[in-house]
Ligand binder design. Structure first.
Ligand SMILES: Cc1ncc(COP(=O)(O)O)c(C=O)c1O
Length: 364
């Protein structure tokens, strides 16, 4: 029997929370307090506890969660920040908007995360930080990366937009570095109903400065101690996020179950995600790679299965960004962008949905 399988249905993903959200909205409206109130405050405490960090500062988006800590470090303006060449464009834009130069480092073709063995060759006397990205929900090799950062006195910011609840060794995403940057864009494992983001940190001074930066450089009304931003996590979104956070582990566990069906069921003609003993992956995205990617995507569509590509164009080939990277080739990044395909995997997909996708892919 043929089925219709969406890549993602945000309506269905949020359906289990509908009654909760209606109540949350009613309480919010009645509270009469709509910016930086008790909901943001409580969510920050709860999310910090979830990540195991001392602090969490809610901001307006995942992009801002990258910009604000980098801006807070106040590096000289020609500073360089290392970033993986196959990341989503927001990681790169975050560095640019903070006033620095992004320097691309190729990923490890097995994990799709920044390759620690290639980092040292990209360090110059202008390098001040590494922006690691835990892509698709798998954490980077933070053990190796934190050692390099210590040796060269570099800051680390983790882009955790795709890795809420992911673990490397004994610590969660957002607790391995100077600052963790989270997005709560609706499709994320912890997604709200609009834009939202947060920064986690164990650094008291940085946390304090971020409280100023997100609010026009002010902690006391009409007193501005820094040139800041307007980047506050919305009170209503924080209230929704508090409800969803309670079920984040269940969401991650559901996605891990679906991922294991793909891992076991899909033919080995496809390159499947690698699994490392020291990592707990949360599969924001489940990707496979094949040279026949475009034909497979079309065939799945004809069989009622929608897929996505994360991402179709590499950052160094994007019209708005290629001037930054000259003629340097990033062959691994290009290879990933040409061959990767993201399969349906979300809180609203069932085991039967995934079995159907597996069956169709194996018959291709
Ligand atoms: C890796 C990565 N970094 C940053 C972001 C930016 O998050 P936002 O869309 O909330 O600004 C995203 C979200 O799409 C992302 O996937």
């Amino acid at each position: 029997m043929s089925r219709n399988i969406a890549y993602e249905s945000l309506k269905n993903v949020n359906a289990p929370f509908e009654a909760d959200y209606q109540q949350v909205f009613k309480d919010f409206l009645e509270s009469g307090w709509y910016i930086l109130g008790t909901q943001v405050n409580a969510f920050e405490k709860e999310f910090a506890a979830y990540c195991g960090t001392k602090h969490c500062i809610g901001v307006a988006s995942g992009l801002d969660a990258i910009i604000l800590p980098l801006a807070a470090f106040d590096f000289p303006k020609d500073s360089e920040v290392l970033v993986p060449s196959n990341t989503y464009i927001a990681s790169i834009l975050g560095i640019i908007n903070a006033g620095y130069k992004p320097v691309l480092v190729e990923p490890d073709i097995i994990t799709y995360n920044i390759d620690p063995t290639k980092i040292k060759a990209s360090i110059t006397n202008k390098t001040r930080a590494i922006l690691v990205v835990h892509l698709y929900g798998k954490m980077c090799n933070m053990t190796a990366i934190t050692n390099i950062a210590k040796e060269y006195n570099l800051k680390i910011v983790e882009d955790c937009a795709q890795a809420h609840g992911a673990i490397h060794q004994d610590k969660k995403a957002g607790n391995w570095s100077d600052a963790g940057a989270f997005s709560f864009y609706p499709t994320k494992n912890l997604g709200c109903l609009g834009d939202g983001g947060a920064i986690t940190t164990n650094d008291d001074a940085l946390a304090d400065k971020l409280l100023y930066l997100r609010n026009y450089g002010s902690k006391v009304k009409y007193q501005n101690d820094y040139t800041g931003f307007n980047s506050r996590l919305d009170e209503l979104q924080a209230a929704f996020l508090r409800r969803k956070l309670i079920r984040l582990d269940e969401i991650n566990s559901h996605k891990r179950t679906l991922a294991s069906l793909y891992q076991q069921g899909l033919s080995n003609t496809y390159i499947k995600p690698s699994i490392q003993e020291q990592n707990f992956d949360v599969f924001h995205i489940y990707n496979i790679r094949t040279p026949k990617r475009d034909a497979l995507k079309q065939y799945l569509l004809e069989n009622g299965i929608r897929t996505e590509i994360h991402y179709p164009i590499a950052p160094h080939q994007q019209n708005g960004y290629k001037h930054l990277f000259g003629n340097t080739a990033y062959p691994l990044s290009s290879e990933i962008h040409q061959t990767t395909l993201s399969l349906p995997i979300s809180y609203c997909h069932s085991v039967e949905d995934i079995r159907y996708v597996v069956e169709k892919i194996n018959a291709f």
